[in-house]
Ligand binder design. Structure first.
Ligand SMILES: [Zn+2]
Ligand SMILES: [Zn+2]
Length: 130
């Protein structure tokens, strides 16, 4: 049995509960994650049905591409979710989950799009795309 985890945005306008095992974290270096996070984004994932919103009064969705939307807090600006329209899964930014998260980064994706101000030095696998 997995204990429930919780998480949310900086101002607590968005709070959620996760019931079930999170997938390992992807570090995404695409230009969209750079814009919305101010840096590369680290996201874990789980079936959206396993995530219960305890508060979503300030949650807004921005359709960031033809296939996906990004959920963020309209009050404090926290970058929270990435959801592909056709997928049952939801991606959750790892830093918004209350510690301990319990899963770790396993690989870097969209490394071909990353900016020039940092290097990836942790030795984990790097993919030019997903
Ligand atoms: Zn907030
Ligand atoms: Zn990305």
């Amino acid at each position: 049995m997995t204990a429930k985890k919780s998480g949310g945005c900086l101002c607590q306008g968005v709070r959620f509960e996760i019931d079930g095992a999170l997938n390992p974290i992807l570090a995404c270096h695409c230009s969209q994650c750079a814009k919305t996070s101010g840096n590369f984004a680290t996201m874990t994932s789980i079936a959206a049905a396993n995530v219960t919103m305890l508060s979503d009064e300030t949650l807004r969705w921005f359709q960031s591409s033809e296939i996906a939307s990004r959920g963020f807090c309209s009050r404090c600006g926290s970058n929270l979710f990435w959801k592909q329209t056709s997928s049952p899964d939801i991606y959750i930014t790892a830093g918004t989950i209350d510690k301990p998260v319990g899963v770790r980064i396993i690989e870097h994706i969209y490394v071909g799009s990353k900016s020039d101000y940092y290097d990836i030095t942790d030795g984990l696998p790097q993919k030019d795309e997903w």
